[in-house]
Design a protein around this ligand. Structure first.
Ligand code: ADP
Length: 558
């Protein structure tokens, strides 16, 4: 019995030992597999890393190629623009001379095609900038009312020329204060409007805004025309670069088939899409669908205000210190504010401003940035140093400058300014800015009470011909000053004192812009840039064009 039990136990032990041996073997196999697997994993990781590196290199390479292609395009168009500028400048000068009828016709087509060529080059430049990824979307709260005003101002004269009706349509309950990039939106819409006018011979152009219920916070901004329309197969290709479909008419109208490609890229960059619906022979609808969330309710009052006009009776009494070395600039500010309850003390530079600041109290200081002697930034920093912290409300100081880029604006804010007023500014902007900053610490009346009656009443759209009488009186003096400055700049050029040319051009541009002489202002900017590029042939041309232009203005306003 005992023997039996023992042999049974021995058998069991033997079976267990066998199983143990088997398990050991299995464990060893598993370990071997694990080691194998680890090796495979390491190999895979290495391969993945290598593939990623290769992919990254390919991506870099294609980006580089794209960049050099865009750079090439940008350089080429820039190179062509310079001689073309001369050709156009010469043509302008030629137009000032005695010409018979045939010569005038030849010259006219030379100027028209020259300008078309310039537009094409500008578009190529713009496209290559976008293609090289050099555009950034800058969303900010803005008012659709402002966009409508700008579009109206651009479209109405064009439609008038072709006897087309221009209409604006939107739901009256639509929230007009939105967040988006207003400059890019305007650029796209202007492009669509220009096309609509180009390809419509009779009927109407409509700018319509409505909600896009298919997406959250979306809007559809459409330009609708009753023009020649586009066939279905052509609709598929018109957004490709360098594509024109109504060949003979398109060529007749100029352009390079880049406008829609640019508009589409801009729309996509803002997270939207640009689509077309068209019936050949009947007309087209170009719709820009964009995510444009409504601005925060707290922002809306301010934006509504931006799009309206503040009447003198709603304006607070203010004592302002206006600091500017160019006397005309202060005269213009006075002119703009003459009906408003405002007292202005003028100072010609930073030092004079500091003297007034020490002895008087001002609600607000308008400080030019660039001035001989003490400049605006130094003066502002000095005022900030003199202010006792916490003693009273800090002085409100606004920088007045022609430097419009956001980075530069941020620089001014960091330097101690409360805000920036960009030159050239118009009556509406000046009044709104003063109002905004002077009421910063007060209760804002509701925009409804501000009275929107006067929307549009401002000097913004005025051509020099429409300048009010009171302004006209100042013109002969102003033109004389400009002539004098031009002579001065020529002598600076002669003595290679380029820095003085930039300084004079800078203040001259400000004055010209303030008076609404946009052409003059842009010619002066060109001059300054061409001097910077040391392109003296063009500089001479520009001086000649400027001289002629000033003579024209003198005759016009004598
Ligand atoms: P372009 O600057 O040459 O006008 P676009 O890219 O703006 O180039 O337009 C491409 C082509 O699409 C135009 O040449 C024209 O043939 C067609 N097109 C654009 N808009 C319209 C429109 N509103 N009606 C008819 N055709 C249009």
């Amino acid at each position: 019995m005992t023997n039996n039990r023992e042999s049974f136990q021995q058998q069991k032990i033997a079976a267990l030992e066998k199983e143990c041996l088997h398990l050991h073997k299995e464990l060893a196999e598993l370990k071997a597999q694990q080691i194998q697997q680890k090796k495979k994993d390491a190999l895979n990781r290495r391969l993945l890393k290598q593939t990623n590196e290769k992919l990254f290199q390919c991506h870099q390479l294609s980006q580089q190629e794209n960049l050099s292609k865009s750079d090439f395009l940008a350089n080429m168009s820039h190179e062509i623009r310079t001689p073309l500028n001369i050709i156009l400048g010469m043509a302008n000068l030629l137009a000032e001379t005695e010409l018979d009828k045939t010569q005038m016709q030849y010259l006219s087509s030379l100027r028209v095609t020259g300008r078309q060529l310039m537009e094409i080059l500008n578009n190529i430049l713009e496209f290559s900038r976008i293609d090289a990824g050099k555009i950034t979307v800058e969303p900010e709260p803005f008012s659709l009312h402002k966009i409508i005003h700008q579009i109206e101002a651009s479209a109405l004269p064009l439609c008038l020329q072709k006897k087309l009706t221009f209409l604006v349509e939107h739901d009256p309950l639509l929230v007009m204060e939105r967040i988006g990039d207003p400059l890019k939106i305007f650029q796209i819409l202007l492009n669509l409007i220009n096309n609509a006018v180009k390809f419509t011979q009779a009927g109407s152009i409509t700018f319509a805004i409505k909600e896009d219920f298919t997406v959250k916070s979306g809007l559809i901004l459409s330009v609708i025309d009753t023009g020649i329309g586009i066939t279905e197969d052509k609709q598929k290709i018109i957004f490709d670069r360098f594509t024109q479909v109504n060949d003979s008419l398109s060529q007749q109208q100029g352009g390079a088939g880049l406008g829609l490609a640019i508009s589409q890229k801009l729309t996509n960059a803002m997270g939207g899409e640009l689509i077309v619906k068209s019936t050949f022979g009947k007309g087209s609808i170009f719709s820009c669908r964009l995510p444009l969330p409504p601005a925060a309710p707290s922002e809306r009052g301010r934006l509504r205000l931006d799009a309206s006009f503040i009447l003198p009776e709603n304006f607070p009494g203010l004592k302002i210190l206006a600091v500017d070395d160019v006397r005309e600039n202060i005269e213009i500010i006075k002119m703009y504010l003459k009906d408003y309850p405002v007292h202005i003390q003028a100072a010609e530079n930073g030092e004079a401003a500091l003297k007034y600041f020490a002895t008087d109290v001002f609600d607000l200081i308008l400080m030019d940035v660039r001035m001989p002697g003490m400049d605006g930034i130094t003066a502002t920093q000095e005022i900030r140093n003199r202010e006792k912290p916490g003693a009273c409300a800090p002085q409100i100081i606004l920088a007045v400058t022609a430097h419009a880029f956001q980075e530069q604006k941020n620089k001014f804010l960091q330097a101690g300014f409360d805000g920036v007023l960009t030159k050239p500014f118009f009556k509406r902007e000046l009044i709104q800015t003063l109002f905004k900053f002077s009421t910063r610490n007060r209760l804002m009346p509701s925009p409804e009470k501000m009275g929107n009656k006067a929307i549009g009443y401002c000097l913004e759209n005025e051509t020099p011909e429409k300048i009010p009488e009171s302004f006209r009186d100042m013109l002969p003096d102003l033109l004389q000053t400009i002539s004098g400055d031009l002579i001065l700049m020529k002598s600076f050029l002669h003595s290679k004192d380029y820095e003085s040319i930039y300084v004079t051009a800078h203040s001259l541009k400000g004055v010209a812009g303030m008076f609404g002489f946009q052409k003059l202002a842009s010619l002066i900017t060109d001059l300054s840039q061409t001097v910077k590029a040391r392109d003296f042939i063009v500089v001479d041309e520009l001086f000649a064009v400027l001289d002629t232009y000033i003579i024209q203005l003198k005759i016009q306003f004598s």
